[in-house]
Design a protein around this ligand. Sequence first.
Ligand SMILES: [Zn+2]
Length: 315
Amino acid sequence: MPRMSRFVFLSGLLLLIGAGVGNGGEVALQVGKKLQVYASFFPLYDLTRKIGGDRVEVYNLTPAGTEPHEWEPTPRDLINLHKADLFVYNGEGLEHWVTRILPTLENGALKAFAMTQGIELRRTDSSQYPSGENREGGGVDHPFDPHVWLSPLLARMIIANIATALRKVDAAGTDYYNGNLLRYDAELRSLDKEYRARLDGFAGKDLVVAHAAFAYLCADYGLRQVAIAGLSPEDEPDPRTLAGIIDYARERGVKVIFFESAANPRLAETLAREIGATVGVLNPLETLSSDAVAAGEDYFSVMRENLAAIQAALE
Ligand SMILES: [Zn+2]
């Protein structure tokens, strides 16, 4: 309920801003030379920087260390967003606030694009849970699984969408964006090859993860995702589901229970203790700490750390 009333307030605020901005003269003055682009969360921020290069200034709306499923923008964020040239977001319920603010954004000059556009999405189903139960919060908020960026092959479609969006707002940069697209498309293909080579021979193995972010990745490399929480980290399992996961993991000889660096490892540790496994870190890339960002970590470095962690867990 507080969330709803806050949105009524925010929407009203945006209408006022929209009325104030006028026909774009002011906007052009403020943005200077580079295209002002907002991304809803880390992977889109990072990949947009790579495709946009020198022609863009990209801002990540979700603060470092904050997980995007439950985050929502402040009034200040929405004011900034309204002044921007382009807004890229994931869609499919990852950013629960987006559908409510899009109608107000469309009144202004800002163009907004969903990066899951054109990607064949996995329907949320119960198959990822060993107990065979679908979990509350899976079906309702997320009829489809939004975690496409964790598949290097689907990330190729994301960067193609990013390039399309950039060309639409900055046609003069078409050749430049296409050049970057080719370069990073090749990098994603080689990342996919590395995954294939190093996970070869592990088909059918289980990946016990903190929340259900890895279904696309698992599908690409023949693995099976067992998620402790649902599609959002906040969808904590009930005791019966947890017991089912423990039985299943013990039966299947799971050796590592993964948790996320940005989340509390408590559940993973409990599970690992129960079955005599160890804990490991898999990063769903939904957020990076400010330290990781400062150290220059990006989509590719984290995906390679994940690959090493998965390989070590399955060997
Ligand atoms: Zn997630």
